[in-house]
Design a protein. Structure first.
Length: 178
């Protein structure tokens, strides 16, 4: 079992994240010993989506303007339809994501989460997976898209949907421990 003691993980999310795609990986990371912080566009709380309805909120630890890549060992991007679409339109969020790639730190994205990676211009040449509806977007941005449960290419780990969370969680704990 990989351990993440002394590792600090940023979870970049905003209103409209898929509840299970934030909660399940965060639980896995914390169970492996990591410190996890929710980074968002606003302070206070952000609301999740579950079964296409607003659901439980989560407390924001830092706003994107307060967060620095140097404070974290890895980055997690949960999906949801609204969440990544909002994040990819925020210049500071995009720069935050780019900074992890510039330092070759581990990054993980699930479902629609890779949309933010497209706007960060970090997918070209990467073998990835995602929710099938954004596969064409990833291909158009230069990624090599595969329909697989979980894929790791260099510092990037991607997964398709909530059904893949057990495999995704196991892999990100392994990758974030490196």
């Amino acid at each position: 079992m990989s351990t993440l003691e002394n590792k600090k993980i940023a979870v970049l999310a905003t209103d409209g994240y898929e509840q299970s795609e934030l909660e399940s990986p965060v639980k896995a990371l914390k169970n492996a010993g990591a410190t996890v912080e929710i980074v968002s566009l606003k302070s206070g709380e952000i609301k999740s989506m579950k079964d296409h309805k607003w659901s439980d909120p989560v407390k924001v630890d830092k706003t994107i303007s307060e967060a620095m890549e140097n404070d974290y060992d890895a980055l997690l991007l949960p999906g949801g339809v609204i969440n990544p679409d909002t994040l990819r339109g925020d210049e500071d969020a995009v720069k935050f994501v780019q900074s992890f790639f510039e330092k070759d730190k581990p990054v993980a994205a699930i479902c629609h989460g890779p949309q933010t990676l497209i706007s960060a211009d970090v997918v070209k040449g990467k073998t990835m997976t995602s929710f099938p509806s954004i596969s064409i977007d990833l291909k158009n941005a230069g990624a090599i898209w595969k329909d697989k449960e979980v894929i790791t290419d260099g510092n990037l780990t991607t997964s398709r949907n909530p059904d893949d969370l057990p495999a995704f969680n196991k892999r990100i704990v392994e990758e974030f421990a490196k």
